[in-house]
Design a protein around this ligand. Sequence first.
Ligand code: PLP
Length: 223
Amino acid sequence: MYPVKEKLYEVLHNLPQGVRLVAISKFHPEEYIMAAYEEGQRVFGESHEQELARKVQTLPSDIEWHFIGHLQTNKVKYIAPYISMIEAVDSLKLLREIEKQAAKANRMVRVLLELHIAEEATKYGLTLDACRQLLADGEWRQMTHVQICGLMMMASNIDDEAQIAQEFQTAADFFDEVKQQYFSHDDAFCERSWGMSDDYHIAVRHGSTMVRIGTTIFGPRIY
Ligand SMILES: *Cc1c(COP(=O)(O)O)cnc(C)c1O
């Protein structure tokens, strides 16, 4: 078994105060999650609805599950009854569906808006202008079962640390912009979810409040 407990400690030791860890457990077995759980970790992230549903059934009920991957609207109904946070909202259509399904489940679902800042064309997320448009449009203000808690993004998967730092800073500056414009009186809008195994040490220097770390804690994923 991978030394999950030791690796978890290393990561937690490296995080400055005020930065929370979402342990990304996708493709890792339940026993790895339990090893981290036994050390006190309660927030885990998954990116596939069926895998998540299976794990939710067998693992402790006080785990806070974050959905971190691209979420198809037709899958929202399955996770709405229990998901703690949906991190990758990249369209108004998806936001509407979360509102609808959360209302049906009589819950409030916390969400993050996912930004597309990285250069890769394959990544999902809202461009800064699309995010501005979504917020300016204002439909989200009528939604009583979703709470927009901040922003999420992935930096480019490259070695150039200056470029990565610049992408995180762009996200941090954009957070300040929308915080001031739309959420200045909303304390719940406070999360900046950026930083993964390879770049979290950079992300925490650029305003991250939440890092999503998988490989460093659980080892390489076997797909
Ligand atoms: C898989 C994944 C991570 C974790 O990546 P690691 O490199 O294993 O730390 C973080 N964020 C998202 C959106 C992911 O899909």
